[in-house]
Structures are given as structure tokens and as C-alpha cells.
Design a protein around this ligand. Sequence first.
Ligand SMILES: Nc1nc2c(c(=O)[nH]1)N[C@H]1C(S)=C(S)[C@@H](COP(=O)(O)O)O[C@H]1N2
Ligand SMILES: [Mo]
Length: 410
Amino acid sequence: MTIQRRRLLRDGAFMAAAIGASRSAAVGQDIDPESPPWVHEQGAPVLSPPYGNPSPFEKSVIRRTRVASAIPSVASSLTPLQDLHGIITPGGLHYERHHAGVPAIDPALHRLIVHGLVERPLIFTVDDLLRFPSVSRTMFLECSGNSPLWKSVPEAWTVQITHGLLSCSEWTGVRVADILDQTGLRPNAKWALAEGADAAAMTRSIPIETLLSEAIIAYAQNGERLRPEQGYPIRLLLPGFEGNTNVKWLRRLKIGTDPWETREETSKYTDLLPGGKARQFAFVMEVKSVITAPSGGQSIATRGFQELRGLAWSGRGRVVRVEVSSDGGTTWQDAALQEPVLSKCLTRFRLPWRWDGQPQHLLSRATDETGAVQPTRDTLLAARGANSYYHYNAIHGWRIRRDGVLLSAA
Ligand SMILES: Nc1nc2c(c(=O)[nH]1)N[C@H]1C(S)=C(S)[C@@H](COP(=O)(O)O)O[C@H]1N2
Ligand SMILES: [Mo]
């Protein structure tokens, strides 16, 4: 799979049409590359529309919705990872998971209540929170139900279906530690109950040390106020923790001594192990990666050079290494990690690669700064059985058929 630079350049030259050769055939029209039509007329006026949209030529880059129940508001939508670049997910393409739809909250009427084992119970308005020192953090958010591949690996699943409950934003808000500094904590404060203001009243128990370290109450996402789907006007963000604990439309932090054993930490978001016991409070999203280009459902149009690209992340810290195999895991090669490589954040990896028209089996394997290596599917199933639904982080990849079509494969 290693390719020489010279060979790469030669292939590159082969891909682009030589200057002076025939007009671009790719657009299917006789366009003069020296003088395309759009240089001869005025473009759309400024401020039209006042909030910009992607090019109409990008209209296939969309979230896909998965309605999980008879109630249409209980649904998720998946980020089109195969179409994205870099590490930031545009707000309009952030994955969504709603247990009771998206509430329409007037920020002027929203309140955050902090009570329980505190010295001074307080109620904050959104404006109160905006006056606190602000912090920004670029981090991934992943639903622990992402990649539900415990029972089988359906060939036809694209990367949007296998890994699309994953997004990454720059979030801005206030440190929960600064809020708790205002209320004070009683000495026996050990856990906090975070509750959302949606009809699901989503509630999760969070260890107090998590809230005091990196937790943020965010009001902004990628420079603008949160999208309604992401928890407008405020949400809890716990870097590296499973998506579910990042309570949207946050309305309450109740401080106590023990976890509350809510629905989302007993019946759901636990992992049934082979011996019949269940793992509970498996908060941290383990090291994981996936090749996004080329990926499942696509077909490779031309042989020769292309850059292979993907994403890696770990809820335990920075990604330090991503290896790629094109022979189903027999041999591995290090991919380059694109800067910035941030803790608990998506990291872009890439590798020069060529397709020679033969079947290949592409895989990626990430390692994080704690030394944790992404397991194979067999290793993960041996440790945890196949009764789980959540917290699947095994190596995944794509089989390339002779006709260039890519299929999902572990
Ligand atoms: N209040 C509330 N918070 C919530 C949820 C919800 O339905 N209601 N869904 C949770 C789940 S399961 C996930 S994975 C993330 C999804 O966040 P997103 O929709 O911004 O991607 O929010 C979590 N926080
Ligand atoms: Mo989730």
C-alpha cells in the first residue's frame, strides 16, 4: 500500500486534464475553463438571504432521520460524515437525538435551578449565565447508541448510518464550577441530577467531580447561539461523556449524595454482560475511529491515487495514533493526524492511498493518550458479549469489491 511520492505525482498529473486539452468533460457541457459563464455576470446581491445557505449544488449533504417509535418526536438524525471536511460539524448538520421532540423555549422565560446540597440555592436566568466568564471548548459529542453493530454488521450501511450519531463543535458557555462556586456545596455533595426542560424531562446523575472539572453550561455553538435541536437556550456539556448525559434545555442541577437511578441510567444506557450483570454509569466514550472517504455505499470511480480520510476520537483524551489497513488487518500503516489534535475532540486522519482495481478490506484503528487501542469486533464481543446495544467502539471498515463498490465490514 505504500506509495512513492514520484508515483503519486505521476498519478496526480494523470487525474487532471492537461491545460489546453479538451474542455472540461466532467460537467457534461462545453465550458471554456478560461472563461466560465459566471465571470460575465453579476452574482447574487449581498445580504440575500441575510442568513446564508450552502450552495444549491450541495443539496444532497443532509441529515438522515431515524424515527425510533410510533411517536414522531422520539427520533434521531444522523450527520453525513461522508460529506464533511475537517473536524467541525456545521450547526445545521449536527446529529440529533430527542426523547420528546424539540421544545420551543423563550430564553427570557427559561430558568436554571441549582438546589439540593448547596449552601445557597439559586435560580439563574440565561442573561445571568451570559454575565459569567465565558469558556470555549471544541469537543465531540457521540450518542452511546452510535454504531449499533453488536448483533451484525449490515453490508449496506453507510458511514452516516454506522457512525452518524457523532458530531463536533466549538461550544461556548460557562464553567459549571463557577456556578457551583456561587451556590457553594455541602460537604456530603457527591452527585448531581441534571434535568432537561423538554417533555421527556431527561434526567441523568452526574458525579460531582465531573461537574467541577471540565463541565460547561453552553449557550453557543460554532460562534452562534445554540440551535433549538442542540438545547437552546442552554445545555450541559461533559467532554468525553456519552451523549445522553449532555442534557439539553438544562433546567435543573440538584445536588445529592447518591445517583438517582433514573430511567436513562437503569433501563437505558446500561450494557447487559454475558454473566447477566449490567454495566452501569459507563460514562466515557472509548477510543474509536472510522474511515469516512471512501466509505460504504460509495463506489470508486477511477483507479489510482486518492487520499483516504477519516475521523478518530476518544473520551479519555487526545488521539495519538491512527493506523490503516487495506488487507483486513494483516498489515497496518500509520496515517497522518491533521492538526489541531485536541483532547476529547474529533481528530482528522489521512493517508495517501491507491486503488488498483482489486478487492481490498479497509480498516482503521485508533490509539489514545492513555494507551487504549480500539479493539477488533471479536475482541469486543469476547469481553462484553452480544447483548449490549450501547458503547460499541470496535474497529470498522469497508470492503471494496472489484467493481469499486464499498460495503460495510468489521
Ligand atoms: N433534555 C434532553 N437532553 C438530551 C436528550 C433529550 O432527548 N432531552 N437526548 C440526549 C441524547 S440520548 C443525546 S445522544 C444527546 C444528543 O444531543 P444532540 O441532539 O445535540 O446531538 O443529547 C442528550 N440530551
Ligand atoms: Mo444518545
